[in-house]
Ligand binder design. Sequence first.
Ligand code: GLU
Length: 279
Amino acid sequence: MTFRTRFAPSPTGPLHLGHAYSALTAHDMARAAGGHFFLRIDDIDQSRARPEWEAQIQEDLRWLGLTWDGPVHRQSEHFGTYRAAIDRLAARGLTYPCSCTRRDIAAAASAPQEGVPQFGPDGRIYPGTCRGRPMAEARPGDAIRLDLSRCDAPALSFCETGPAHAGTHTVTVAGLRETVGDPVLARPYMAASYHLSIVLDDAGQAISHVIRGEDLFEATPLQRFLQHLLGLPTPEYHHHALIRDAAGKRLAKRDDARAIARYRDEGATPQDIRRMVGL
Ligand code: GLU
């Protein structure tokens, strides 16, 4: 199997030390394996994505000495693929429209049962208020959710090689109902959710290894389940440790003081950046 991996930044701000570490790790692993490294621009959220940020990200990656194979994959050029996947799930009766606001969801969940988790990797676990509404009644402002109560699957697994969670992990629908709740598949202003879009992209680019930060480990069970539902292959996963500052605090993705462009302007070299992130 050819090793194929990707770096998938969202073009909503500058590239930071944490991103640089992720990109360098994925790039170096691909090159060491004689495989392919791809650049994917996660611009699914068109309300926040900016072409200027993508240009800056590409410039920073090139400055770091990274090269990628083939053309850049932009999510904004694949809305049709996402739409088709949602239509297939809808045709199987697995989706419903949802008009709940964040506030509605918080209010519905305000009387928690003891021992039942309230928050999952996507935030508050959806209490199922709109479940059962027919798709024919969808209104323009509605989100589309996956009805996990109508989903059935054998126990699924994925293989993880990262330092914190190495091993084989099992995913069950019952577990997802409890820890994630019915996930959003699309929103009025977003052709597909993060989870749905990236599993379709990974399959479309025949990604064999997903290499990304440990903060996304918790998102993997749902993504594994979506692969099963859509008949997509499952890559191997490697969630790398997150870069921390001198005090041990995780670097925020939005901390502009850590922007690569800023270090570069101050005279740092690409080797300095590699050293700073411990490579
Ligand atoms: N675009 C995501 C991020 O910047 C990464 C997606 C992924 O690697 O699955 O956090």
